[in-house]
Design a binder for this molecule. Structure first.
Ligand code: NAI
Length: 449
């Protein structure tokens, strides 16, 4: 009897109803002493480190952005407004509580999903004809899609040769998705001639800023050691780190092989191969220290498969695959993933090479998605080569066939035996990619019977 007399006369819901402010504005409290927000408002601060008494000020949760901290979705949840999903809501700036979820199915839910509070039917008393309303949490429209988006918020990307063509498309897409970008471009002619021009990089930086992104320009030449160091320094000075590097800068000096003078050979090697070395080395050091990095090298079908008149370019571009093959091993334990792309796109490099009809269809924007994916934390691939253009992507692999054991130390193979076994040596049935030199060695030491 005594206990009944002390118990509150109203149920929890009617108490909330009477304190309309709490119900209609979802007003809880915020401790004046430590700033902890809580719902419902109480005399004692919920922060165990504070515990202050009667320091609560009104604090309206109704419009505070929130995210899902934990959730469950089963038929045990009490809800007349399905689905039966509920969980812990974490409010920006502090405060969390259990809420029923609405306007969603359990497939929509994800820890971290942005939620907003909505006032909805909570329960119904059919006998007495009452309907109770209270606040529920609903996913913010479009939040699920945005959460699934590959984003680079808080990351720093360096794109070389980003003043035009493909590099520009990469820089714009990375910035659009939240990366802070160093737009490097020396601004020379297609063959690398000239003393440089700052406008290509500046224009891309302007475009990024216009769409609300963050970027800085750099005009260094990747073909020099100092150039590479300055590009990475620019990223460190402006943004404090480097998470992503796209080695993209490139030139062409095509000639049939006997007409290819050393200056054409050297210039192409310097920009493509030395350039990737000069920029990757300081960037790799930063990535190693932080235990994270994504690097994309740019090769070419000319290097992977050959192209008449491009001996210098083919050699430089294939050398980048070799560089990747070793860096994938050296970067593995630091979560540095490095892949290579062979793009096909309309740019000043290809304007007189591709037929006009094809040229129109080959937008750099159709290559950028693969590169952006390879730059993301979702990409766990490393050491791979991809051809991409016109919206298609395929993988290129160096395969090793099973081969033939023809001789040994006691009976070295003769050239005649090589000739006799030519078909077996060349057979590619059962061929496989090999991850490193050691595997290649093991393969030779333990040939198929
Ligand atoms: P692009 O000529 O439009 O862009 C290359 C950019 O690199 C230019 O803005 C140029 O100023 C810059 N650059 C050149 N030398 C530089 C240096 N030393 N330092 C800093 N920046 C420098 O050409 P595109 O087509 O966008 O080429 C990008 C990359 O893709 C190149 O590595 C190219 O070899 C490669 N590639 C392109 C293909 C295509 O179909 N467009 C095919 C295969 C490979």
């Amino acid at each position: 009897m005594g206990i009944r007399a002390e118990a509150p006369a109203q149920t929890a819901m009617t108490a909330l109803w009477r304190r309309r402010q709490m119900l209609l504005g979802l007003v809880g409290g915020r401790c004046e002493a430590c700033g902890t927000a809580q719902f419902p408002r109480m005399d004692i601060c919920v922060n165990p480190g504070c515990g202050a008494l009667r320091t609560q000020q009104d604090y309206e949760f109704a419009d505070v952005p929130a995210t899902i901290k934990t959730f469950t979705a089963d038929l045990l949840a009490v809800s007349v407004d399905p689905p039966h999903c509920y969980g812990m809501i974490q409010f920006d700036g502090g405060g969390r509580f259990m809420a029923d979820f609405t306007d969603c199915s359990k497939e929509d839910l994800k820890v971290g999903l942005p939620m907003r509070m909505v006032f909805r039917k909570r329960s119904q008393d059919r006998e007495r004809g009452f309907v109770n309303y209270f606040w529920k949490a609903a996913p913010v429209p479009g939040a699920r899609e945005r959460m699934n988006q590959i984003r680079f918020d808080g990351q720093v990307a360096v794109v070389t040769g980003a003043g035009g063509g493909l590099g520009r498309a990469y820089a714009l897409e990375l910035a659009c998705r939240g990366a802070r970008v160093v737009v490097n471009d020396f601004g020379g002619a297609r063959d690398g001639a000239g003393s440089g021009d700052s406008s290509p990089a500046d224009l891309v930086v302007e475009a990024i800023r216009r769409m609300g992104g963050e970027a800085v320009a750099n005009y260094d030449n990747v073909a020099t050691v100092e150039g590479g160091e300055n590009i990475v320094k620019r990223a460190l000075d402006a943004f404090g780190s480097v998470d992503i590097l796209v080695n993209n800068a490139g030139i062409l000096r095509d000639k049939s092989f006997t007409k290819m003078e050393p200056d054409a050979w050297d210039a192409v090697m310097a920009v493509h191969l030395d350039g990737a070395y000069h920029v990757t080395r300081p960037a790799f050091a930063v990535m190693k220290k932080k235990g994270y990095g994504r690097i994309v090298m740019t090769t070419s079908a000319a290097g992977l498969y050959g192209n008449f008149g491009q001996a210098n370019y083919s050699a430089a571009k294939m050398a980048l695959v070799g560089l990747m093959n070793t860096l994938k091993l050296e970067g593995a334990k630091y979560d540095i993933r490095i892949n290579t792309v062979a793009p096909l796109a309309a740019s000043r490099l290809t304007e007189d090479i591709l037929p006009p009809d094809m040229f129109r269809k080959m937008k750099p924007e159709l290559v950028a998605p693969l590169v952006v994916y390879l730059c993301s934390h979702r990409c766990s691939e490393t050491g791979a080569i991809f051809n991409t253009g016109m919206g298609c992507v395929n993988r290129a692999v160096v395969m090793t066939g099973p081969g033939a054991a023809i001789g040994n130390l006691a009976h070295p193979p003769t050239p005649e035996q090589i000739h006799e076994n030519w078909d077996r040596i060349n057979a590619m049935q059962g061929a496989k990619p090999l991850p490193d030199l050691t595997s290649a060695l093991m393969d030779l030491m333990t040939p198929a019977p």
